[in-house]
Write a protein that binds this ligand. Structure first.
Ligand code: PGA
Length: 247
């Protein structure tokens, strides 16, 4: 069975009801390739609003959640709240969570495990910083981050990995298709060696980092790139072209 192409939109800390209505409008009009699975990641305060407005064929994700089901964790949300808002996905370990908010590999692994146990589907993110790439440590860093995640995964059918080189996020500097394909193949190989051949074959690995209408097709054409996680361009009508990148 082939891996269904997957495009995630990561709205980050953007959006008002007014601007969300415009996004809902272009996503509803599409037309969107029915062979692409689409999920948008929204701020917690708009989860329910977005869920109520978008067609059910488009998934809605939170951009983070904590690893407990309730309690004294001021400012946090839990998987049960995401589900209570009608949503079934969460993005975890985004580089901004790691690098702006100091989340560790261990915490991200624990969050992935907890969210899966609570019945969410998860998009865990990994990726190297520029200095790490320049020091030849790209795969070392990605494998370390991936191991902390994989150690907590019980059901890989609920996981879509996002590889996002930190130097490509929000910079307009996309990894070349060759650079991205090389790391995607290495990640898939790591899954084959450390999890199983079946999981390596069936798990979708997304590329993220300055994906645009202009570069999405050549990225999508790479054999180990199964879709994209899109920040800035997911707020614009261009997102439709990115969703349709394999048409
Ligand atoms: P970008 O963000 O597409 O704006 O580079 C990608 C991401 O952070 O997921």
């Amino acid at each position: 069975m082939g891996r269904k192409f997957f495009v995630g939109g990561n709205w980050k800390m953007n959006g008002t009801k007014e601007s969300i209505d415009k996004i809902v409008d272009f996503l509803t009009k599409g037309p969107l390739d029915p062979n692409t699975e689409v999920v948008v990641g929204v701020s917690p305060c708009y989860l329910e609003y977005v869920r109520s407005k978008l067609p059910q064929t488009i998934g809605v994700a939170a951009q983070n959640c904590y690893k407990a089901d309730s309690g004294a964790f001021t400012g946090e949300i839990c998987p049960a709240m995401i589900k209570d808002c009608g949503c079934e996905w969460v993005i975890l370990g985004h580089s901004e969570r790691r690098n702006v908010f100091g989340e560790t590999d261990q915490l991200i692994g624990e969050k992935v495990g907890f969210a899966l146990k609570q019945g969410l589907k998860v998009v865990p993110c990994i990726g190297e910083q520029l200095e790490e790439r320049e020091a030849g440590k790209t795969t070392e860093v990605c494998f370390r981050q991936l191991k902390a995640i994989a150690d907590n995964v019980s059901d890989w059918s609920k996981v879509v990995i996002a590889y996002e080189p930190v130097w490509a996020i929000g910079t307009g500097k996309t990894a070349s298709p060759e650079q991205a394909q090389e790391v995607h193949a290495a990640i898939r190989n790591w899954l084959a060696e450390n999890v199983s051949a079946e999981v390596a074959e069936s798990t979708r690995i997304l590329y993220g980092g300055s994906v645009s209408a202009g570069n999405c097709r050549e990225l999508a054409a790479c054999p180990d790139i199964d879709g994209s996680l899109v920040g800035g361009a997911s707020l614009k009508p261009d997102f439709v072209q990115i969703i349709n990148a394999t048409q």
